[in-house]
Design a protein. Sequence first.
Length: 261
Amino acid sequence: MNSTRLLFLLMVVMFIGGCEKKQTESTEPIKSPEPTDSIHQAVAEDNIAKIQLHVSSGTDIDARDEALQTQLHQAALDGQKDVVELLLARGADISAKDNEGSTALHRATEKHHTDVAELLLAKGADVNSKTTGKEETPLMWAAYYGYNDVAELLIVKGADINATDNEGNTALHRATEKHRTDVVGLLLAKGADVNVKTDGKEETPLIWAAYYGYHDIAELLIAKGADINVKDQLGQTPLVVAKEKGREEIVSLLRKHGAKE
């Protein structure tokens, strides 16, 4: 065999070997990079790429922190609508509750993230879910913080306007307590019970308005049919309460409408 033919055969063998090596390499699975940060950190950073990496790596997206909050709770609390949408698309538990019994909808409401609340409701969040212990609904939180737009959204989506917490307080009580006049007006316009009483002390929103001296809210409540001579557990009327607290404007308003002690 001459040298030319030997060289040719050697080149053929090398070519075939190279092809086999490439074929072997091409059939080996390509491994996805492993996430270096926790999914909690990725959500805190609003880092969609890192979150997607966690999801593709099989990380539990409903993993909880020390407060039993899931990634969905955190994203809702921070107003990260894009993250909330991603987590829900990947199967996050929309009804998960933290150590206070709050859902992601509670947390979005708490921080006035109306767009996130709207998204959660559209995806099936329970509008009437109650916290543990205090038994507060998202509407009660919206009323307490004075978020008129969130309150209206929740009502439109079926919130029980007369739901009570563990003390018998309604959203109307909470709005009255914090002097949220706009929310009081909204709740009354949507049919809130103006004469509902708390458990135990049997106090109506008007009694609270008299106690705190909120003249504008007292006027709204009276205009909507509040019982001006209602009595609490101690037998005190709004007029008696207003006099004891030195709320002279309220006293005058109540007397003008025929209040009795």
